[in-house]
Design a protein around this ligand. Structure first.
Ligand code: HEC
Length: 63
């Protein structure tokens, strides 16, 4: 498991199911991260955000 995936699972799956990368397009994932952060559901450092987005977008593109 990549560090991005590990971080995603640690930070993003406590409140809801594990959304799969292919469920959203890369631009949707960026907007989803904005929304989760804006609503103060999750706090991410810039580095964490980049790792998580890299995992979600990278795996999304593999579809
Ligand atoms: C503190 C709880 C909490 C955390 C942590 C959290 N979420 Fe959410 N998330 C929610 C809730 C509540 C909803 C459903 C309500 C909504 O859409 O605002 C949601 C909805 C979603 C959806 C569905 C959005 C849609 O438009 O259908 C996705 C995808 C998602 N979250 C991804 C993430 C990701 C990625 C992270 C980590 C960065 C994350 N969530 C962290 C509470 C959380």
């Amino acid at each position: 498991m990549s560090s991005g995936e590990r971080l995603y699972r640690a930070k993003c799956t406590s409140c809801h199911r594990v959304y799969e990368p292919h469920e959203q397009t890369p631009s949707q994932w960026a907007a989803t991260l904005d929304k989760m952060e804006a609503e103060k559901k999750v706090h991410l450092t810039a580095e964490e955000r980049a790792e998580i987005l890299g995992y979600l977008v990278g795996s999304s593109a593999l579809r």
